[in-house]
Ligand binder design. Structure first.
Ligand code: NAP
Length: 242
């Protein structure tokens, strides 16, 4: 995939990894559309040269409006990054969280992204070469006990990504999975463990994006995926220490 001259939509583009991804792609001569809820943040980002779409991925009407904006204003869209996400950390077996918190995590991390993807495939199908990149997590390969719903949501997106790749195999749309290691963003604020900077992470994955690698990530995460597959007990020990 060439990394310039594209029209790119990034969900969760208003902060953290999505924003850094947007910055690096904007600097490489792409049209970059950032999608997020915060209208204030989006207005600020517009001043930096981004296109913006306000959309809450929990809201069906918002998603449909976003798709209409894409169809009318950006019909040449050829890259979709499903990157928005939330993570609620609590011990599922000990804390009775309100049901809407569970639904919200699944709506944002899974359902909203699936609906958006399905509605945008017809748009992506009209260009010569397109790509869908879904941001998942190492916790989608092995769950963390204080983030069970988050882990399950990312496991769902991992499975969805593999299936989408097979379903779109004979089309113009390539499908990749982006697995960040622990990265310094709002999501990991307050966590003491070693974190990678989001700017460094996106720089590292650019060559892999260009090659359309199935999994875009850092070497330590590739190692963790193998450990989770072959030695689940060890994966559990690694996550328990974090
Ligand atoms: N940071 C890590 O260590 C790490 C590790 C593995 C995977 N990830 C994944 O990487 C992705 C980006 O996370 P991040 O670390 O960059 O976190 P972040 O800085 O908190 O960014 C999350 C983004 O999601 C957007 N978002 C949240 N709820 C939304 C909703 N209802 N509708 C639309 N957008 C919504 C937020 O925008 P608004 O607030 O403007 O809506 C924000 O731009 C997530 O999928 C996360 O699961 C992160």
């Amino acid at each position: 995939m060439k990394l310039s001259g594209n029209t790119i939509l990034i969900t969760g583009g208003t902060s953290g990894i999505g924003y850094e991804l947007g910055k690096i792609l904007l600097a490489q001569d792409n049209k970059v559309i950032l999608l997020g809820r915060s209208k204030e943040k989006l207005q600020e980002l517009k001043q930096q040269g981004f296109e913006i779409i306000a959309c809450d991925l929990e809201n069906q009407e918002d998603i449909e409006n976003a798709v209409v904006i894409i169809q009318n204003q950006f019909p040449d869209l050829n890259m979709l990054f499903n990157n928005a996400g939330v993570q609620h950390n609590y011990m599922f077996t000990e804390t009775a969280v309100p049901p809407h918190r569970i639904r919200q995590e699944l709506e944002i991390n899974v359902t909203g992204q699936m609906i958006l993807t399905q509605l945008l495939i017809p748009v992506l199908s009209t260009v010569e070469k397109a790509m869908i990149v879904n941001t998942t997590s190492g916790l989608g390969a092995f769950p963390k006990t204080d983030g069970l719903v988050y882990s399950a949501s990312k496991a769902a997106m991992r499975n969805f990504t593999s299936g989408l790749r097979i379903a779109l195999k004979k089309t113009n749309i390539a499908v990749s999975e982006f697995i960040p290691p622990v990265t310094d963003t709002g999501m990991t604020r307050g966590r003491g463990e070693k974190k990678l900077s989001a700017a460094v992470l996106v720089k590292k994955i650019m060559p892999q994006l260009k090659k359309e690698k199935k999994i875009l990530t850092v070497p330590a995460m590739r190692m963790f995926l193998w450990i989770a597959f072959l030695f689940p007990g060890l994966a559990n020990k690694i996550l328990s220490k974090k």
